[in-house]
Design a protein around this ligand. Structure first.
Ligand code: A2R
Length: 318
């Protein structure tokens, strides 16, 4: 059993991962920036702003983790443009605060640093399945801050701290913010089914193709990584991707196939941001070959879970 410190425990991935880690009988210490009623009632959480070094020290000294899963971040590209300083501060200084504290208080701790496929940026324009060796050309403050944090993190690895970096591609599932396309579509369908929205679904650019993953498959990869012996890792960076892409149009069609309601599709100029990146695809050969991980969830099942989540959220009893 490991003592796992989990930052960002109230986030989309944090909630799903927390449950999975408990199922695996790990001792989990979730940290949240502020308390919320959507947290697990039987779990104790620590309030922690990772930008506050004293708070970080207090939590690390109290928990003395064997493992840290660092999810806490400003994770939205849109928000990173709105508040770049907060993004740089949280994603880099927050990470550095944790690493400095571990160096002093828990030097043997293994760190899973969760970066993002966004770091590849311009390199996606080749249209190829990118491996971890592709050049990183971030195109927004979020991606740039994650890449800078990767570079800073690697300095700690050089000094003997144990850990790896993962670059997850577009993961989706229940509980994701409607800033993300599947959640936005599913919520609108649920509102239409409940009679709370006219039968018109407003969409943006349907032409882009993305590498989608079920959040539970991403959590499986994290659980697998945490269960490995350090010597298993031949590399520092691992993509977490499905290895194939789907057009947003196809995602929409598959969601519409799961409702009996006739729905008109309308393009919303507000949502129509021509994507600079027509195709974003990642190779999962490295994590597959070295750790035996590959995604297991059927895409239709993932979409059903997202739609059912939004059906529950929009039900009159909510
Ligand atoms: O903003 P809140 O209160 O929901 O908390 C978010 C938390 N967070 C922080 N925690 C401590 N100190 C901070 N200064 C701070 N700023 C933000 O990080 C939230 O609970 C969490 C991020 O969750 P989501 O935005 O839902 O991201 P998601 O999709 O779970 O992604 C997890 C990780 C992120 O590092 C992504 O960049 C990466 O996976 O791909």
């Amino acid at each position: 059993m490991s003592r796992i410190l989990l930052t960002g425990a109230s986030g989309f991935v944090g909630k799903a991962l927390h449950k999975r880690l408990l199922e695996e009988n790990h001792e989990v210490f979730g940290t949240v920036r502020s308390s919320s009623d959507s947290l697990m009632p039987d779990q104790q959480y620590s309030l922690l702003d990772i930008c506050n070094r004293d708070e970080v020290d207090e939590v690390v000294q109290r928990v003395r983790p064997t493992h840290l899963v660092h999810l806490a971040a400003i994770s939205s590209v849109a928000n990173s443009f709105k508040d770049p300083l907060l993004t740089w501060n949280t994603n880099i200084i927050g990470t550095l605060n944790l690493m400095e504290s571990l160096k002093k208080n828990a030097p043997g701790c293994f760190v899973l640093f969760v970066s993002s496929s966004e770091v590849y940026g311009e390199s996606f324009k080749t249209g190829e399945l990118l491996t971890e060796d592709a050049v990183c050309h971030p195109m927004n403050p979020y991606a740039a801050s994650k890449l800078a944090a990767e570079i800073a993190f690697k300095q700690y690895l050089r000094q003997g701290q144990r850990g790896i970096i993962v670059r997850p591609f577009n993961h989706i599932g229940p509980g994701q913010s409607v800033d993300f396309v599947t959640a936005s579509f599913a919520r609108q369908i649920a509102l239409i089914e409940a009679g709370l929205q006219r039968p018109v679904l407003r969409v943006g650019n349907l032409e882009a193709s993305r590498d989608f993953l079920d959040v539970n498959d991403v959590c499986d990869a994290y659980v697998k990584i945490l269960g490995q012996d350090q010597s298993t890792f031949a590399h520092t960076v691992y993509n977490i991707s499905s290895g194939s892409t789907r057009k947003i149009q196809t995602v929409l069609n598959e969601l519409l196939a799961q409702t009996l309601h006739p729905i008109e599709i309308q393009t919303d100029p507000e949502r129509l941001r021509p994507s600079d990146i027509p195709v974003a695809a990642g190779s999962n050969a490295r994590i597959h070959d070295e750790l035996g991980w590959s995604p297991a969830t059927l895409f239709s099942q993932t979409l059903a879970s997202v739609l059912n989540y939004w059906r529950e959220q929009t039900s009159p009893s909510k």
